[in-house]
Ligand binder design. Structure first.
Ligand SMILES: *Cc1c(COP(=O)(O)O)cnc(C)c1O
Length: 424
């Protein structure tokens, strides 16, 4: 099946007389005839459901669809994108370990790594996505367990050179984890460029309608854990909390990583999405391919309009020739990047505030990447406590507006931006 077809048909094929839509298994527990039957599930000797904190059939059908879209071997859903990125790293790195991450990542992920996971004893080295080979090489340590980056960074909108970072990771015997939230598997499939694990905040384009917070964790099944068994004892040596199972031996490279994340992390941390939310996520996935196409078409036109507007200082969008990421976007995102654009309003912070005040269609929201066009002026919202100097120091320009182009008629979006810009 092609991607558009997988969006509709992937993950679930009803048998004779079964419901067309995925059923919502709104049940915490599952019934068994004998204790022996249930015992086999607890021993991971048989697969099946017993308690929704670990696994739920509705969730698994939707995870299977995303896994097919990414071309992976196994996948799971989490209650948020934050949980997915935490699981992705914590499944293979613990206290005393180290991870190399790109600086161009979502602020929430940066904080998760740099504050919370450091507190858990995991060390991080952050490298610029366009660092030299020497700088990248120098970031690795003997205890490095993974490399992490974002296909299209939120909000920097730089494109990650997946192949280059995958090669570096593999030379050091560790996997590359890629957060593919903004590109979605419609526009980029990181596994095709050597990534080993993909994460998503499904809250964004996958849900696409401002309805549900969620995350996904997908394994390519290609990383050879046993070849680097000394680095990954959690996968390659017996798990005493599961009767001495060795995940790679028992489940193979295809399923070991996700089985461990389910059996240990979901069991102990319980970041499970509700079956109802997964059902709604599935509705979003059905139209993902057509929506992404429209998001990209609209964003390209809006970016070109902004570039030509006299009240606009600069525009950042990977689809614009001359953009810092244009070349990489041609390679990794030939069918389009995403609907998010950032631009500067001439006249600085005050002018940007004036512009925001005059918008009528575009709503002001901290959210991005869904059907509704929305805008955020970080200097007067998320970063409002900072002075202009402090803003510049942390890479957020006072005049910068982040615009998430929706799937309304593009002429309405442009008219709205145009009248608000001319109010300055
Ligand atoms: C939003 C976002 C996250 C966090 O996801 P939540 O679902 O909000 O927890 C992680 N990565 C990227 C790229 C995001 O845009």
């Amino acid at each position: 099946m092609r991607q558009e077809t997988k969006c509709i048909e992937g993950g679930y094929t009803p048998k004779n007389g079964e419901p067309r839509m995925i059923p919502i298994y709104q049940s915490t527990t599952f019934k068994y005839d004998t204790s022996e039957d249930m015992g086999k599930l607890f021993d991971l000797e048989a697969s099946g459901y017993f308690y929704t904190r670990l696994q739920n059939p509705t969730n698994d059908l939707v995870a299977a669809k995303i896994c097919e879209l990414e071309g992976g071997s196994a996948g799971m859903l989490t209650s948020s994108g934050q949980a997915a990125n935490f699981f992705a790293v914590f499944n293979i790195a613990g206290a005393g370990d180290h991870v190399v991450a790109s600086t161009a990542i979502y602020g929430g992920t940066y904080n998760l790594f740099n504050v919370t996971m450091r507190r858990m004893g995991i060390d991080f080295t952050f490298v610029e996505p366009d660092c030299t080979d020497e700088e990248l090489e120098a970031a690795f340590k003997p205890n490095t367990k993974a490399v992490f980056g974002e296909t299209i960074a939120n909000p920097a909108l730089t494109v990650f050179d997946i192949e280059r970072f995958a090669n570096a990771a593999h030379q050091h015997g560790v996997p590359l984890i890629v957060d593919n939230t903004f590109a979605t598997p419609i526009n980029c499939r990181p596994f095709e460029f050597g990534a080993d694990i993909v994460t998503h905040s499904t809250t964004k384009y996958m849900d696409g309608h401002d309805a549900t917070v969620g995350g996904a964790l997908i394994d390519s099944g290609k990383f050879d854990w046993m070849a680097h068994a000394d680095k990954f004892p959690g996968l390659c040596t017996p798990d005493e909390s599961y009767h001495g199972i060795t995940y790679v031996e028992k489940f193979g490279n295809e399923a070991a990583y996700i089985t461990k994340a389910t059996a240990q992390l979901m069991r102990d941390l319980g970041s499970i999405p509700s079956p109802m939310n997964c059902y709604m996520l599935n509705l979003g996935l059905e139209s993902l391919a057509v929506r992404m196409q429209r998001h990209c078409e609209n964003a390209q036109k809006v970016a070109e309009f902004l570039q030509a507007n006299p009240n606009v200082e600069y525009v950042t969008y990977p689809g614009l020739p001359g953009d810092v990421s244009y070349e990489l976007a041609q390679k990794y995102l030939p069918n389009g990047s995403c609907g998010v654009i950032s631009f500067g309003v001439k006249g600085g912070r005050a002018a940007a505030e004036q512009f925001m005040k005059h918008l009528k269609l575009a709503i002001i929201a901290t959210h991005v990447a869904d059907a509704h066009t929305c805008v955020l002026h970080p200097a007067s919202a998320t970063h409002r406590q900072l002075s202009d100097e402090e803003l510049i120091a942390c890479g957020v320009k006072p005049d910068m507006v982040r615009l998430s182009v929706g799937i309304e008629n593009v002429d309405d979006i442009i008219e709205d931006l145009s009248q608000a810009l001319s109010s300055i």
